[in-house]
Design a protein around this ligand. Structure first.
Ligand code: PLP
Length: 386
């Protein structure tokens, strides 16, 4: 193996799986030897349309040929179109969009906006949450202290409340609270959905105290739950919503969506980014959302998700939770052992912080035959061999 192939110059911060894709088509990845692997993980939920989707490939190629890059220093029609398409897809009051490059950057900006606009210093977050690896996003990530990524202190005061504990939430949110931040379904934690009552209580507590509600839909947004956003399913309107991952189907992209009242308090130059809102990424964003609509992918996510829930409680799987295509398969043996056994059978899945939850985050184009293949592979496994 030569130095490049062995990763001799990459910092060794990631454990990697024993499969090296060189190409992909639809929901399949392929290695240099021609082995095809069914991808139920989509690169941490990013490849929303799978691989080589013609609409996405053509939109990116066409934009690359026309104008590869320009920053926010100039207006761009392709950026306006992406913002319009995203705002139309999002729940109603979220009319304004600020494009960034990642989930952490989206959360960093949303938190900063909340602190700035309310002139308060506190944020309430939920135990087991994951919001990213930058200073503010890390500060609202569970567990406290351990997740500050080496920063000696947090940039704001953070209080964590237990999942679904409405009384604790009410007690924690007061007139010093700038924002409550929550994921409708906690992704990295293991696909744990927060109860609608808890999320609605967060909206109410914010209304009563003047705090802003931030929904982190970095993982749950862009159709992953079988609705455009988790906010649609919960029937609550956040003041700020962050999204990323599937947004551009594979190019680095994030967005902060906000109500008009929030946007109108921002002065020119109050937020900034070099790469966010670049033309190729924006062309991809429009193509992803158009494709979700045109191909009826939200209906498909709901139907195939129901099939997985009904058929995959077999072999090492004790129960299935989560929503849409953010599913947690609760395993008797360690989830990592189940993931490895599935990969030997050419099915790629993921794990989570919960050692007994195998996470599925497939491309939104997954169909019933693929789900049947997963159920059959799981049925072939048993606890004793894992
Ligand atoms: N928020 C949530 C809910 C996430 O799942 C993630 C990433 O997994 C992030 C934020 C951070 O996103 P990124 O890795 O793009 O910075």
């Amino acid at each position: 193996m030569n130095a490049a192939a062995s990763g001799a110059h990459l910092s060794e911060v990631y454990p990697t799986l024993p499969f090296e894709p060189v190409g992909g088509e639809g929901v399949y990845l392929e290695d240099a030897a021609g082995r095809r692997v069914l991808d139920l993980y989509a690169g941490h939920a990013v490849a929303a349309l799978g691989y080589r989707h013609p609409r996405l490939v053509e939109a990116v190629a066409e934009q690359a040929r026309t104008l590869f890059f320009q920053s926010n220093a100039v207006p761009l029609r392709v950026r306006d179109e992406a913002a319009q398409t995203l705002a139309d897809f999002a729940p109603e009051p979220l009319e304004r969009v600020f494009f960034v490059n990642s989930g952490a950057e989206a959360n960093e900006n949303a938190l900063r906006l909340a602190l700035k606009l309310t002139r308060r210093t506190g944020v309430v977050a939920v135990e087991h949450a994951f919001h990213g690896r930058t200073a503010a996003a890390g500060a609202v990530t569970w567990p406290p202290g351990k997740s500050w990524y080496g920063f000696p202190r947090t940039p704001m005061d953070v209080a964590f409340v237990a999942r679904d504990d409405v009384a604790a939430l009410r007690a924690a949110v007061d007139d010093r609270t700038a924002a409550v931040i929550l994921e409708p379904v906690q992704g990295l934690a293991g696909a744990y959905a927060l109860s609608p009552e808890f999320c609605r209580a967060a909206r109410k507590a914010c209304d009563e105290t003047g705090a802003l509600l931030i929904l982190d839909e970095v993982q749950t947004g862009i159709g992953r739950l079988g609705a455009p956003f988790g906010a649609d399913l919960l029937g609550i309107a956040p003041d700020l919503l962050t999204t990323a991952k599937g947004l551009a189907g594979g190019l680095p992209a994030g967005a902060v969506l906000m109500r008009q009242e929030v946007a109108s308090e921002l002065g020119s130059g109050s937020l900034g980014t070099t790469f966010g809102g670049g033309p190729v990424t924006c062309a991809a964003i429009t193509a992803v959302i158009d494709t979700i609509r045109r191909e009826g992918l939200l209906d498909r996510v709901r139907a195939v998700s129901a099939q997985i829930r009904a058929s995959c409680r077999v072999g090492p799987v004790r129960s299935v939770h989560g929503m849409g295509f953010l599913l947690g398969l609760v395993t008797g043996p360690p989830a990592a052992a189940v993931r490895d056994a599935l990969l030997e059978r050419s099915i790629l899945t993921g794990t989570s912080v919960d050692p007994h939850v195998l996470r599925l985050l497939p491309p939104l184009i997954l169909d019933d035959e693929h789900a049947a293949r997963l159920a059959a592979a799981l049925g072939d496994l048993d606890d004793a061999t894992l």
